[in-house]
Design a protein around this ligand. Structure first.
Ligand code: SAH
Ligand code: SF4
Ligand code: F3S
Length: 490
């Protein structure tokens, strides 16, 4: 499964940086002349972008390979979210140095957020890099590759106000054939003070809903049974024909304003057997209308990724998150009252943000007790150049304090995940089968609506099928059960 939210169920100290997980392109062989190896770091949007890049490259004479030694071109699609993410890429580049020495004609490109952040500086700092391309410039890749073929270095880090790659059909790179991601918007207009994304991804823009529905329909027709709609802040999705059409070559077939609640309804109506998920919801923007739409459609999964970052109002203010602890609690209460206690709620947390006191850190722990998150991504604060926090506040919490607070948050989450999973025992869950269990060939694995991994014995079922599973046991990260005739309770 390639969904990062799901890849790691409980994070310990080292895995807390798990958002920097790497995904590598698979082999496609359609007889094209040259081979592209693409390695992706960071968030799901970056993985989704790599599929757009592969599509553009495939149209221009490249098959993908899973072996970098076999490649004519290596792309690293990079992440800048924390310092460690950038260090990982730099280490990888130095490994490729050896390969390039043996094969000087090998082309190496840095794509994505690190390319955008560092621009031409990357060419000075990393001599083996030939190509630097930001997230909005992928349509220019064929030209840029051409320039490198002619012996030049090539850079395009232009950030667009319009680009959504709406018309490009992604090449599914690490696909299980059942679940897929669809980018519905790009960029971010929220200036969270710790965050580099508004600088690396540019202004927020929404993609034509018609192209989103079409992509989801095509996936369903190919046998996919779950789509995850992606954006940095999906609740602010908004398509308005007057505004959006002006900027585009092709007129959209959609003539009304479409908000996020409307969009998930449109995708849910494709087929009751197509599950719809989405990520990420912003606490300031998630509306009751979205929650009611989720309730109305059984196939819109009951799981909301609602990153809180901190449980303390003063710290939230410094983070420029534009909500308070009380506001956040009100949104959680709305989820519980409209969608019920079983709706999954997951989060992101940052420990040791500038000036955070011990008491304020404890507010994060008590908030976790209140919400009972099913799962969280947890990080210690990493100062990023150019962000508001870097300019305005001192990064004054010592590393060992940040890490100790992180370990407390992780321990709390582990406890809560286990508690939440124990509630699922004895209930029947509707599970979409994603394939064999990683540990045993005789077992299958899938997910319930709350996005929890469920493992059960294979009784001849296939991936892509729905089954009812009676959950009998659990760990903090996984549910275990058996297939049953009983109708699902969840
Ligand atoms: N758009 C999403 C987050 C995208 S970045 C949202 O608003 O929730 C994913 C997560 O990385 C963030 O939620 C935050 O928890 C973490 N993060 C971002 N910048 C960070 C930094 N400078 N240091 C540590 N963690 C950071
Ligand atoms: Fe970063 Fe905030 Fe935008 Fe999320 S909402 S991408 S944390 S600026
Ligand atoms: Fe990283 Fe860029 Fe995503 S900074 S988290 S790859 S938007």
């Amino acid at each position: 499964m390639d969904n990062l939210i799901n890849d790691i169920n409980i994070l310990d100290g080292s895995e807390a940086e798990a958002c920097e997980t790497v995904k590598v392109s698979k082999k496609t062989n359609t007889g094209k002349d040259r081979k592209l190896y693409i390695e992706s770091y960071g968030c799901q949007m970056n993985f989704s972008d790599s599929e757009i890049v592969s599509s553009i490259m495939s149209e221009n004479g490249f098959d993908t390979t899973s072996d970098y030694e076999d490649a004519d071109v290596i792309f690293l699609n990079t992440c800048s979210i924390r310092e460690k993410a950038e260090q990982t890429v730099r280490m990888r580049l130095s490994q490729f140095n050896g390969v390039k020495r043996k094969k000087p004609e090998l082309m190496i490109g840095v794509l994505g957020c690190m390319a955008e952040r560092l621009k031409t500086k990357l060419l000075d700092e990393e001599k083996i890099v030939d190509l630097v391309v930001g997230p909005d410039a992928y349509r220019d890749l064929p030209n840029l590759v051409g320039e490198v073929d002619e012996g030049q270095k090539a850079v395009n880090t232009f950030l667009s106000r319009e680009e959504t790659y709406a018309d490009i059909t992604p090449v599914r790179l690490n696909s299980n054939g059942v679940t897929a991601f669809i980018s519905i918007m790009r960029g971010c207009d929220n200036m969270c003070s710790f965050c580099v994304v508004p600088f690396t991804r540019g202004r927020e823009r929404s993609r034509d809903p018609y192209s989103i529905v079409k992509e989801a329909q095509d996936l369903f027709d190919k046998g996919y049974r779950e789509v995850t709609l992606l954006g940095q802040n999906v609740d602010s999705y908004k398509w308005s024909p007057e505004v959006n059409n002006k900027a585009r070559l092709e007129k959209s077939e959609v003539s009304e304003i479409v908000n996020f609640a409307n969009l998930i309804e449109m995708v849910a109506q494709i087929h009751p057997d197509l599950r719809v998920r989405f990520s990420t919801s912003h606490p300031k923007d998630i509306t009751d209308e979205v929650l009611h739409t989720m309730k109305k459609y059984e196939n819109i999964c009951k799981c909301i990724h609602l990153p809180v970052q901190s449980g303390n109002t003063r710290v939230l203010e410094l983070m420029n998150r534009t909500y308070t602890r009380d506001w956040y609690i009100n949104r959680v209460d709305a989820i519980r009252s409209i969608l019920g206690e079983d709706c999954g709620i997951t989060s992101d947390m940052i420990t040791g943000f500038c000036t955070e006191t011990e008491e304020e850190h404890k507010d994060t722990l008590t908030l976790m007790d209140y919400v009972k998150y099913d799962f969280s991504y947890m990080f210690f604060y990493s100062e990023r150049p150019g962000t508001l926090a870097e300019k305005k506040y001192e990064d004054d919490i010592p590393l060992e304090v940040k890490k100790r607070r992180l370990s407390e948050v992780i321990a709390k989450q582990k406890e809560t995940s286990f508690e939440r999973n124990k509630r699922d025992i004895g209930k029947v869950h509707k599970v979409l089968i994603e394939g064999r269990s990683k540990k045993s060939a005789e077992q299958l694995q899938g997910r319930n609506t709350a996005n929890k991994v469920v493992i059960f014995d294979n009784e001849g079922q296939q991936k892509g099928q729905y089954v009812n599973v009676l959950v009998e046991d659990c760990s903090a990260g996984t549910l275990f059960g058996k297939i049953t005739e009983r109708k699902n309770d969840l």
